[in-house]
Design a protein around this ligand. Sequence first.
Ligand code: SF4
Length: 414
Amino acid sequence: MRVSVEAYGCTLNQGESRFMQELLEGAGHEVVEPDDAETSLVVTCCVIESTERRMLKRIAELKEKDKRVLIGGCMASIMKEKVSAVDPDAVFISPRNLEKVLDEVGEGDGKSPGEPADRVLPENSIDAIVPIGQGCTERCSYCVTRLARGALKSRPEEDITASVSRRLAEGFKEIRLTAQDTAAYGRDNDSSLPDLLNRITSLDGEFRIRIGMANITNLKPVLAETIRAFDSDKVYKFLHLPVQSGDDDLLRSMRRRYSVKDFIDICEDFRSKFPNPSISTDIITGFPGETQEQFQASLDLMKEVRPDSINVTRFSAREGTEAFNMDKKVPGWESKERSRELTRLRLGMSLEKKESLVGSAFRVMTTERLKPGTSMARTDSYRPVVLPGDLPLGSFYDVKIVSATDACLKAELA
Ligand code: SF4
């Protein structure tokens, strides 16, 4: 069968779509461009309303072109009616049963049913996404993802380590461990994120591990061990720690079970252990009831902590969530203005931080091909560095930073 695969949203969605693509290729199906496909697999995201609309529009387009549409990702769990209204023949592949994609497309040549194909290194990158679990322990009042992904389900350490070994054997050098909340890993199977990291970093070879988004509530109890596990050269000194607001009352209304001080303390602990780590966070603007003072508190927190990157999201009322029914909605124009102000701050701070690194020396690993004659590399803190030349991926270089933009550093080989 000729099948197209497209994925939207978080790294976990990307990882699941790659896994289903491998299953299909392993069974002998051909993965092609959407226009050439008989069947189209769409791994959907519906975290905010605008994305949901974009997904439904894409499904309608494929339907229009007489494609048989398979729906994966979060909409497959919680938006079947809305999808079926657009395409009554759409088939749903639950994120908890990815193997079902073969039932729907067919066992193919039967040579290796259900066995994912060995991954051929893509030409332009050497990163492999390895999901470590899905679902989570929290009940954030605005979050539709937890409705789609359900309770925490961590993969066994052995399975994850076997997946990582397999990827390393295939030549991948950057392993992206992902979940809704990586810090919750193992709470349901007597393991933990630091245990898992220690097991993976004991694997032979020179590679790098990037840890996906972690919730402060679940990171706090394992922080000391996690920082010790991060001390391995194989772990990027990169922490993605969504704080969402700089005001404790608003965090309570979001049902985020930590305080602003917890966020500050974790960032300080991380920075006191590692020289110049990279910290990324998320802020929601316009959450119901958010006053100008509370928004100012978020701005002030960003100015105090100065994270390397801030993902700014405007509040989007999602059906089925507690926040959907909250009153005191912030007017759209005001929420938009707040996210613009935060984005201006983010860009300014990002440029300032990167400019402060001009003249510094780093050891970097090449991870991606950019336009001909340039390569992307990452420092040990996962900072993006553009290098001249079509350099072999997965190689290490000593470089000197010569300039910076708000998006990346530029360097020359030392
Ligand atoms: S931690 Fe909160 S925001 Fe993240 S997936 Fe769970 S409920 Fe949603």
